[in-house]
Write a protein that binds this ligand. Structure first.
Ligand SMILES: O=P(O)(O)O[C@H]1O[C@H](CO)[C@@H](O)[C@H]1O
Ligand SMILES: Nc1nc2[nH]cnc2c(=O)[nH]1
Length: 321
């Protein structure tokens, strides 16, 4: 085989470097300059000028779970493209807008579309909306997601109350709080042993009974991997060994960011597929199936989350001075 001729690769005899189509980036930040507290205040002020709603609870809608925001009365939608400093959604099943309004009379803001690491955003940027919510006055975050089930007792379509998470990406040093810390958001070393509010988890189990959906409501440990590929058989078997019940590509970093700035957190996974644990298994995970299960469960999810919002808001009123 003839050797590769660098001149030909470079487009001829000209020794000037070839033109690249890649944008120039700041290599240290991969083109993603961190935003200061003041910049996020500007973003929050922009939103406050666009809506009269002053949300107490924020909801992040998982893949295919955007219908959660459809119960919002007087919903006022603001596309991410219009919001200063906001990233944009690139994943199917994520609308890409904030919806402000009322769920059962409780002022809320919902993200119809979240940001994932695999879209090319650093973790701090995936979590920027959480900090903006905090600046808007949000005190409780409900983070929902679609996830693959590892627990053999889980079925497709089950809802898993997140009891805890394992920050796999954090084990490798990739954390939304990596970098300089601004104490106005929270402390340098935030504790994480109470990440998912215990009282909220109890309330959610009671509400599940009231709605007679207790048979499909489970509780377990979630982990987030970077994605975008689904897992290998060996990876799933390893995750099972360390106690993971459901795996996805989101939520963990949002929860860390929310807890850092002292928000209360409730996490809910919709089990959209069974994770494959054997090489004989024919089926493969796919995003279409994930979205289909979201559609299948949308009515139940809407009822469940609307009721939770009211109960969670009451705990806030009770705690307020
Ligand atoms: O976590 P959410 O956004 O619900 O989405 C989950 O579903 C997608 C894969 O189908 C991934 O983005 C995974 O994270
Ligand atoms: N990583 C991961 N994310 C998911 N999102 C929905 N299902 C899955 C899954 O099986 N694995």
């Amino acid at each position: 085989m003839a050797p590769i001729n660098a001149d030909v690769v470079n487009g001829g005899k000209d020794s000037t470097p070839p033109k690249t189509t890649l944008p120039e980036v700041d290599t240290e930040t991969n083109g993603n300059k961190r935003y200061s507290y003041e910049t996020l205040v500007e973003t929050a002020n922009f939103l406050l000028s666009r809506t009269a709603v002053r949300p107490l609870i924020g909801v992040i809608c998982g893949s295919g779970m955007g219908a959660l925001a459809e119960n919002i009365i007087d919903g006022q939608c603001i596309p991410y493209e219009e919001i200063p400093n906001f990233p944009t959604s690139t994943v199917e099943g994520h609308h890409g807008r904030l919806v402000f309004g009322h769920l059962n009379d409780i002022p809320v803001v919902a993200m119809q579309g979240r940001f994932h690491y695999y879209e090319g955003y650093p973790l701090w940027k995936c979590c920027l909306p959480v900090r903006v919510m905090k600046l808007l006055g949000v005190r409780t975050l409900i983070a929902t997601n679609a996830a693959g089930g590892l627990n053999p007792n889980f079925k497709i379509g089950d809802l898993m109350i997140v009891k805890d998470h394992i920050n796999m990406m954090g084990f490798a040093g990739n954390n939304p709080l990596h970098g300089p810390n601004d104490e106005r958001f929270g402390p340098r070393f935030p504790p994480m042993n109470k990440a998912y509010n215990y009282e909220f988890r109890k309330i959610a189990k009671e509400v599940a009974k009231e709605l007679n959906i207790q048979d499909i409501v489970r509780e377990g440990v979630y982990t987030c991997l970077g994605g975008p590929n689904f897992e290998t058989v060996a990876e799933i078997n390893m995750l099972k060994m360390v106690g993971v019940d459901a795996v996805g590509m989101s939520t963990v970093h949002e929860v860390i960011t929310a807890r850092h700035c002292d928000m209360n957190v409730f996490g809910l996974s919709l089990i959209t597929n069974e994770c494959v644990t054997s090489y004989e298994h024919e089926a493969e995970a796919n995003h279409e199936e994930v979205l289909d299960v979201g559609r299948m469960r949308q009515d139940i999810l809407r009822k469940f989350v609307s009721k939770l919002v009211v109960k969670f808001a009451h705990t806030l009123t009770r705690d307020s001075p």
